[in-house]
Design a binder for this molecule. Structure first.
Ligand code: DLL
Length: 430
């Protein structure tokens, strides 16, 4: 059971469709975007050189800096009169990346979001409470439109307003909640303070994404809220949410909607395309976008691809849960540390709550790493004993010892009510 038959198309049919659409996309950018024309000319390729989707690897990459350098609209491939929507993704520094949609682009977005929700098990008649932020962020409106397109009912609570959010979950008997994983945990905490057990409500599933999370964090959410947690992935530069999602049936990788978005996985250092199954940086080419086409966009997100047909019957490629980005890697005293390694340990210790932050400092020429973590509500031992335990556990997985582990009481670490959680604070260049 799928929303759109294309989800079970044969690989040959897909190949043909992708080839045709890539040719159109390359022609579109070559004709309409001077930057792309120069970029392709420099690489010595023209639209006529594309005979097959496999020729994609001869095209140059597009990077985040290229979007920034062309701020705000120099990569748009249509005149302003043809635009119907603008969104933006805020980076940590500088100007946001502005992205644009024509009417057809919005139609594609609505459809891939409806497909995604269907794959996640959402059906007509369901109440979907949408806790992603509305506004320039793509999460709110992306989910909103998809729910309506599918024919379910959307409750547009948006981010924040947590008390009302909990009231709505309870009073409307929402079946589905869409929000970031960190916000799920925050909701649970606040509900507990209000004397409400979220796992006793009607809520059946949460659709979490927009920020990385580890498997243990997902289990924590599933247990606390008494739900199935489905991973949804996307990025503004490509369309927003709805690039890929897990199917409820197998929950074994995220189906990426290849009729609209073509994925490659490359070595983040060399840019070389890696064989199926190897982990590397996800690169995506949009195959149907009109207003803001992207050729070989370096997402920065680390994953791997699996082309086997899924148990759910969908033939579309599956990508692994993104637990980190190529630039997440923290080099501490010359040693590689991924925040996800620390998260896995934190979530695995029962006495610890899943709220932590990592601070990096530089003292002289030496990097220091400090970890602050909250203890669980019901922990009644000493902070010192727990700190020793955490240090010992971290030693098993990290090649560098944290300089300080500090256990604090519940609620001490700032929560993120709207937007994406920030767990790593690098003060080394301050
Ligand atoms: O976060 C779109 C979105 C909204 C996805 C709601 C899912 C749900 P941006 O703000 O442009 O767009 O941020 C995109 O967020 O490159 C990843 O690094 C990260 N990201 C998105 N989804 C996931 C996920 C939206 N499921 C950036 N797991 C991406 C891990 C994710 N990281």
């Amino acid at each position: 059971m799928v929303y759109n038959e294309v989800e079970t198309a044969s690989r040959d049919e897909l190949h043909e469709l992708q080839t045709e659409r890539l040719q159109e996309t390359v022609e579109r950018v070559y004709e309409n975007v001077p930057w792309y024309r120069d970029h392709l000319d420099e690489a010595g390729v023209t639209p006529e050189d594309i005979d097959d989707i496999d020729d994609l690897s001869s095209l140059p990459f597009t990077r985040k800096e290229d979007i920034r350098d062309n701020y705000p609209d120099k990569l748009f491939a249509v005149p302003h009169e043809d635009l119907r929507r603008i969104h933006a993704s805020s980076g940590t520094t500088g100007k946001p990346k502005i992205v644009a949609y024509t009417e057809d682009d919005l139609g594609v977005w609505h459809e891939v979001m409806a497909r995604s929700l269907y794959a996640a098990g959402v059906r007509e008649g369901d109440m979907v409470q949408n806790g992603y932020g509305y506004g320039l962020f793509t999460g709110g409106l992306g989910f909103h439109d998809g729910v309506e397109e599918l024919g379910a009912c959307v409750i547009p609570t948006g981010g924040g307003n947590t008390t009302r959010q909990i009231d709505m979950l309870q009073d409307m008997g929402s079946d589905v909640l869409s929000c970031t994983p960190s916000y799920c945990l925050y909701l649970d905490e606040r509900a507990e303070d209000m004397g409400i057990d979220l796992s006793a409500l009607d809520l059946e599933r949460v659709i979490i994404g927009a920020e990385p999370f580890t498997d243990p964090m997902r289990e924590e959410i599933e247990e606390a809220l008494g739900v199935t947690a489905i991973d949804v992935y996307g990025l503004s530069e490509i369309i927003g949410p709805g690039v890929s999602i897990e199917c409820e049936h197998a929950q074994d990788g995220l189906h990426l909607w290849e009729d609209h978005f073509y994925p490659e996985v490359v070595d983040p250092e060399t840019g070389e395309v890696l064989p199926e199954g190897e982990e590397g940086e996800l690169v995506v080419t949009s195959l149907t976008k009109q207003a803001f086409p992207m050729i070989r966009y370096r997402t920065g997100d680390m994953t791997r691809l699996n082309y086997d047909t899924c148990d759910c019957g969908r033939t579309m490629v599956r990508m692994d849960n993104v637990t980190g980005r190529a630039d997440d890697l923290l080099i501490v005293r010359g040693v590689n540390v991924y925040p996800s390694q620390i998260e896995e340990v934190m979530v695995d210790i029962a006495e610890v709550a899943p709220h932590y932050r990592i601070d990096l400092y530089r003292e002289g020429n030496l990097d220091t790493l400090e970890l602050t973590v909250e203890h669980a509500h019901d922990y009644d031992g000493t902070h010192e004993a727990l700190e020793d335990d955490i240090e010992a556990r971290l030693k098993e997985v990290l090649d560098v010892k944290p300089d300080e582990v500090e256990v604090v009481g519940p609620g001490v670490i700032d929560r993120t009510e709207v937007g994406k959680v920030k767990r790593v604070y690098d003060h080394r260049d301050e």
